[in-house]
Design a protein around this ligand. Structure first.
Ligand code: F6P
Length: 355
């Protein structure tokens, strides 16, 4: 058996632990492993496929990032490059990729990725590549699994940041607005916001009303609490409004924290500052939870290949690592359930969700 691993899309803490888990489980079975560099792009470039043996994965469990590199611009079905006149053109290079996969005498692919990369993997499966998926994203929005690896680390980073904001907010009697990641799902904002004792949490699943947010801040003011912490997911939207984009062409989200801060200052007269945690949430060493989950995912992916369960994704369904059809997982991306006990907890704690 000769298997390939790829880490596509945005990176997440724990990618290296998945690689180590998978490679050691494969070597244990006497299989050979290779890593495709930069998502799937390594099969379309200048032979960017590297051998992965025991030595290659030594001492990487605790390291952030990915030793294979990652890109969220490497979709072989919609390969973007500059045309002769300088404009961007898209073309389908998937057949080339399948040919390269065969030329490298590969038997199976472990695709470690989020919604985008797993979707590409599923399409490659339809073209004859035997695929197994591993769900990755700090946003925790892949269906079929209780958690993706990387999420716990991002929540820990965001919680630490919110903790630090409390003292400066209180000293200056300011409102601090912190924008965290979360394109379509508000898990990071909600979990870090509750754990970090935020006063307001705005998530994509609950369109917010800025007057409700300001009422909460005014109520605190009346109670002698002269500072407030507002956590906003990048994908949060005002009622009747739309998502805030920094770069519409590449659908890069951003700016909602600033907009919310501006409105709060205007409407309440309270001095307000905003900050964006951004890619800090994607970096650094994975938490113990993420390391363990990632190692379990990597080893479980190899066991799926041994069972020839292609087209499946490993998934955390405590206490087990289950196998979920990729198609099923992708059909139902995960969002914060509005009837979840976490939402109820936020409300019971007096946190405003802006609705
Ligand atoms: O999907 C994970 C994520 O972290 C999103 O929350 C965010 O919008 C996106 O990646 C940013 O990706 P990049 O800046 O790498 O394009």
């Amino acid at each position: 058996m000769r298997i390939a691993l790829s880490t596509g899309g945005g990176d997440a803490p724990g990618l290296n632990a998945v690689i180590r888990g998978a490679v050691l489980a494969a070597v244990h079975r006497g299989w050979e492993c290779v890593g495709i560099r930069r998502g799937f792009a390594g099969l379309l470039g200048d032979d960017q496929v590297v051998p992965l043996d025991r030595a290659a994965v030594r001492g990487i469990t605790h390291l952030g990032g990915t030793i294979l590199g990652a890109t969220n611009r490497g979709d072989p079905f919609k390969w973007r490059e500059r045309g002769p006149d300088g404009t961007w053109v898209e073309r389908d290079r998937s057949d080339e990729l399948v040919a390269a996969f065969r030329a490298h005498r590969l038997d199976a692919l472990i695709a470690i990725g989020g919604e985008g990369s797993l979707g590409i993997a599923l399409r490659l499966m339809a073209k004859g590549i035997p695929v197994v998926g591993v769900p990755k994203t700090i946003d925790n929005d892949v269906g079929g699994t209780v958690a993706t690896f990387g999420f716990d680390t991002a929540v820990a980073t965001a919680t630490d940041a919110i903790d630090r904001l409390h003292s400066t907010a209180e000293s200056h009697e300011r409102v601090m607005v912190v924008e965290v990641m979360g394109r379509h799902a508000g898990f990071i904002a909600l979990n870090a916001g509750i754990a970090g004792s935020a006063d307001v949490i705005l998530i994509p699943e609950i369109p917010f009303d800025i007057t409700t947010v300001c009422d909460k801040i005014r109520r605190r003011e009346a109670e002698g609490r002269h500072f407030s912490i507002v956590v906003v997911a990048e994908g949060a939207v005002p009622k009747g409004g739309s998502v805030s984009l920094l770069d519409p062409e590449h659908e890069r989200l951003g700016g909602i924290g600033d907009k919310v801060a501006h409105s709060i200052q205007e409407m309440t007269g309270k001095e307000t500052r905003s900050l964006v945690l951004g890619h800090l949430q994607r970096g650094g060493s994975p938490t113990t939870f993420d390391r363990l989950l990632a190692l379990r995912f990597g080893a479980a992916a190899v066991r799926l290949i041994a069972e020839r369960k292609f087209g499946y994704m490993v998934a955390l369904q405590p206490p087990i690592i289950a196998a979920v059809p990729l198609e099923q997982a992708l059909a139902a991306p995960k969002r914060v359930p509005l009837d979840s006990d976490t939402i109820a907890t936020a409300r019971d704690l007096g946190i405003s969700l802006g609705d």
